[in-house]
Design a protein around this ligand. Structure first.
Ligand code: PEP
Length: 251
């Protein structure tokens, strides 16, 4: 299995000075680490990707987008394409985050199209899935995840161009997390759903856990079988916290 991927989703936070300082700080820590046991990725807002990508170039710190359009160019006012992200030096892009699904009405088909556009430009698509609290309470968490895998994974998904992020919607930004047994159950289920969809790739596709990952719970969440990394929101905005989470992935 590949090294764990620790990805930071900065969401709509940070301006150029503090964003660049945070990225530089992480890049420095990474550069000082001999053979790090993890891949480290930051996904800043689109407005500051360019200065950050320039500032950390060559350090090993990966930079990604938080969303992309399904078209590579054209009349889509305000949108950003995967080609534009690749042009800035991005290696990854998050697609189908639950905040996009909620705020922008993104459905599985749109997420699959965005992921396909990302992959066509050589980016790794981090495809987010996860149940709402009502769906979990109804006992439908596994069913929702299989449906989202079936609908959001594009044709041609491989272990190299695809990462899945399991993010229970009720755990995002709330300080609440599923039990490690629940995480293990869902991640095993996702692995099996990937096996049904892309049999030859399923074992190598990284499955991240996301939702209130903090330095204090990272080690136990990252030790769960089939957890190949973390997608981190709030705690990725502080270098010490994000780095502590990354270090916890080393076991
Ligand atoms: C996220 O938004 O992807 C996320 C996991 O947020 P947080 O870590 O703040 O719960």
């Amino acid at each position: 299995m590949a090294r764990k991927l620790i990805a930071g989703n900065w969401k709509m936070n940070l301006l150029r000075p503090e964003g660049t300082a945070l990225a530089r700080d992480l890049a420095l820590r990474l550069a000082r680490t001999v053979d790090p046991a993890f891949d480290l990725l930051v996904c800043p807002p689109a407005t500051i990707i360019a200065p950050i990508a320039d500032a950390v170039q060559g350090s090993g710190l990966l930079v990604g987008g938080q969303d992309c359009h399904s078209a590579q160019e054209g009349a889509h006012t305000g949108d950003v394409s995967a080609r534009m992200l690749a042009d800035l030096g991005c290696s990854h892009v998050i697609v189908g985050h639950s905040e996009r699904r909620q705020d922008h009405g993104e459905i599985d088909l749109m997420v699959a199209e965005k992921a396909a556009a990302a992959q066509a430009e050589g980016l790794v698509a981090i495809i987010c899935i996860g149940e709402t609290e009502a769906e979990r309470n109804d006992g439908r968490a596994l069913q929702v995840c299989s449906r989202q895998i079936a609908g959001s994974l594009p044709q041609g998904a491989t272990a190299e161009n695809t990462v899945i992020a399991y993010e229970p919607v009720w755990a995002i930004g709330t300080g609440r997390t599923p039990t490690t047994a629940d995480v293990a159950e869902v991640h095993a289920h996702i692995r099996a759903a990937l096996g049904a969809r892309v049999p030859s790739e399923a074992a190598g596709i990284r499955i991240l856990y996301g939702g209130s990952v903090k330095p204090g719970n990272a080690a136990e969440l990252l030790a769960v079988p089939n957890v190949d990394g973390a997608l981190v929101g709030g705690a990725s905005l502080k270098a010490d916290d994000f780095w502590a989470i990354a270090e916890a992935s080393a076991g």
